[in-house]
Design a protein around this ligand. Structure first.
Ligand code: AP5
Ligand code: MG
Ligand code: ZN
Length: 219
C-alpha cells in the first residue's frame, strides 16, 4: 500500500503517519524529517535545507527530488509507504509519478487532512518533538507521561525551530497557494480523499482507516 498524506502545517500528517505505519507495517517517508535529520547530522544538504526551512520556504527541487528518489528506492519501501510532506507542487507530483513508474510502484490513495488555520497555530505552538527518536507530542492534546520526556526513549522534548508564529504563518501561506492544483491533479486520477483533520487523533485515524479498508475491498 502506498499512501500520500497531505495537509497544512500542523494538520497531523506526522501523527497519523506514525499510526498508519504501526497498524499496517508501512514505512514512514517524510521529507521534513529527512531534512531535520540532515540538519542534526550537520551534512552539507542539511545546512542548505535549514536556510529555507527556518524561513518557512520550500527547499528547492534540485535537493528534494533526489532525496525522495533515493529513499523510495531502498528495499524496505517495497513493504508499503506513507509519504508525508511530498509532493507539495505539481512539479513534485509529476516527478513522483516518474519515480514510482521506474520502481514499478503506484499510489493507492492521497489523503488530505482538512483543518482551519486557527487550530493549526494552536497545534504547532504546543508541539514538542523528541530530540532523540523524533516522536511527536502536544502539551495539551497529546502530552507525554512525564513532562518534557519522551514516552518511548526518555529523550528530551524540544520545539521545532520553524514552529514560531511568524514562520508558521508563512508556511500556511505557501501551502494555501500551492494546494489547489495538487488537489485537482489527484482528483483527476481518482485517488483523492479528504479527512476531517480537526477531530481527535483517534477519530482522524478511524476515518483514514475506513477509506483504506473500503479501497482494499474494492481493489
Ligand atoms: P514538514 O516537516 O513536512 O512540515 P509541515 O508540512 O509544515 O507539517 P508539520 O510537520 O509541521 O505538521 P504535521 O502535519 O506533520 O503535524 P503533526 O502530526 O506534527 O516540512 C518542514 C519544512 O521542510 C518545510 O517548511 C520546507 O521548508 C521543507 N520541506 C519539507 N518537504 C518539502 C518538500 N516536499 N518540498 C520542499 N520543501 C520541503 O501535528 C502537529 C501537532 O498537533 C503535534 O503537536 C500533534 O501532537 C498535534 N496533533 C496532531 N493531530 C492532532 C489532533 N487530531 N488533535 C489535536 N492535536 C493533534
Ligand atoms: Mg510533520
Ligand atoms: Zn523519543
Amino acid at each position: 500500500m502506498f499512501v500520500v498524506l497531505m495537509g497544512p502545517p500542523g494538520a497531523g500528517k506526522g501523527t497519523q503517519a506514525e499510526k498508519l505505519c504501526k497498524e499496517f507495517g508501512l514505512i514512514h517517508v517524510a521529507t521534513g524529517d529527512i531534512f531535520r535529520n540532515a540538519v542534526k547530522e550537520g551534512t552539507e544538504m542539511g545546512k542548505k535545507a535549514k536556510a529555507y526551512m527556518d524561513k518557512g520556504e520550500l527547499v528547492p527541487d534540485e535537493i528534494v527530488l533526489g532525496i525522495v528518489k533515493e529513499r523510495l528506492s531502498k528495499a524496505d519501501c517495497a513493504n508499503g509507504v506513507v509519504l508525508d510532506g511530498f509532493p507539495r507542487t505539481i512539479q513534485q507530483a509529476e516527478a513522483l509519478d516518474q519515480v514510482l513508474e521506474d520502481l514499478k510502484m503506484k499510489i493507492n490513495m492521497v489523503i488530505i487532512l482538512d483543518i482551519n488555520e486557527d487550530e493549526v497555530i494552536d497545534r504547532l505552538t504546543g508541539r514538542r518533538v523528541c530530540s532523540n527518536c523524533g516522536a511527536t507530542y502536544h502539551i495539551k492534546y497529546n502530552p507525554p507521561k512525564v513532562r518534557n520526556i519522551c514516552d518511548y526513549c526518555s529523550g528530551e522534548l524540544q520545539q521545532r525551530s520553524d514552529d514560531t508564529i511568524e514562520t508558521v504563518k508563512d508556511r500556511i501561506k505557501i501551502y494555501n497557494n500551492l494546494i489547489p492544483p495538487l488537489i485537482d491533479y489527484y482528483e483527476q486520477k481518482g485517488l483523492f480523499q479528504k479527512a476531517n483533520g480537526s477531530n481527535l487523533i483517534d477519530c482522524v485515524f478511524a476515518e483514514i482507516d475506513s477509506f483504506l479498508q473500503k479501497k482494499v475491498y474494492i481493489e
